[in-house]
Design a binder for this molecule. Sequence first.
Ligand SMILES: *Cc1c(COP(=O)(O)O)cnc(C)c1O
Length: 408
Amino acid sequence: MSGYQDRTWRPATTLVHGGITRSPFGETSEAMFLTQGFVYDSAEAAEARFKGEDEGFIYSRYANPTVAMFEERMCLLEGAEAARGTASGMAAVNTAIMAAVKAGDHVVAAKALFGSCRYIIETLLPTFGVEATLVDGTDLEQWKAAVRPNTTALFLESPTNPTLEIIDIAAVADIAHVVGARLIVDNVFATPLWQSPLKLGADVVIYSATKHIDGQGRCLGGVILSDEEWIEEKVHPLFKHTGPSLSPFNAWVMLKGLETLPLRVERQTATAAMIADYLAGHQGVARLIYPGRDDHPQASVARKQMTGGSTLIAFELAGGKPAAFAACNGVDIIKISNNLGDAKSLICHPATTTHQSLKEEARAELGISGGMLRLSVGLEDPDDLIADLDKALGQSVTLHRGASLETA
Ligand SMILES: *Cc1c(COP(=O)(O)O)cnc(C)c1O
């Protein structure tokens, strides 16, 4: 088997050819190595492999050829030295954080996080003697005030879920490095196409490959990318001994997903920008948050660190929860789902689904109101999506007016 790579390729080329290792059959498409283990020519060969004197594969919990192709393609795209594919996005987050802390350490994270990330930092880490401080990620003074000599990791996502706040990655990386901590960035919402955290100074980037990388709502997966030394010394032992490994089947699906990632994300972003403009002009919409627009609260940070907008839109309906529910129930093409990054457009009401487990005050602090909806824009025709929303929002506006007439 022989692999090849070329770090001068532009992303679209890398995403089709990067990291391929062909078997002696010379297959065109990436081979799917659905195998748990590997056989050795002799007892001596097995011994050499276990001693690390021979580079071959040992067991798919440690490494697998199809998973390795996915990892290599992600490294080329992200400009990372090394990567490990994981069973899910949460396996990537958890393994990256566990690799960065030990009892007695301290972690600082932005408050606006994907629900399960917040659980790991706020609830799980303290049970292992790791203290955590949550800050408003957009306020650099809070990051500076929170870091301590024993802070070993800073964690953030940008744009955030679901309010699409933008955090200045380069500035937070500088704050982390003053105390020798690693900045871990969850880059799911930005996608590897619109933001490269490692180039901005972050030390580790993680993805839920479940989202845009698969892009068609099929498999769970994730990936951790960083420098070779940290991956080999801190992350690899966790793979070997705790098993968050990516299935070769799912890695194969993700490889096929990566081939079309730019086509999908570019189209979804262009459609999202059109829908954002439409929503901004709708009388029932009290607030529209879209990272590609000049009226975004952190528009200047977005311009500095992102090369594209977003496939996601957050908006708040003036009529509160009744209007938001009516809008969800009024759409036909757009489906109600908490997932995102799919070919199908998906809408969700964060306050009652993805962020339901947060306390009321925590939701208010993050700006997740009863009227807020998150829309993940898919690959449908933009005009059909706008027509679908127009029909649904018309209903919600009527309902809101009806409600206010009754209370008037
Ligand atoms: C979905 C998601 C995760 C978790 O990924 P899974 O693949 O569902 O485990 C983590 N972070 C963000 C921002 C996500 O959107």
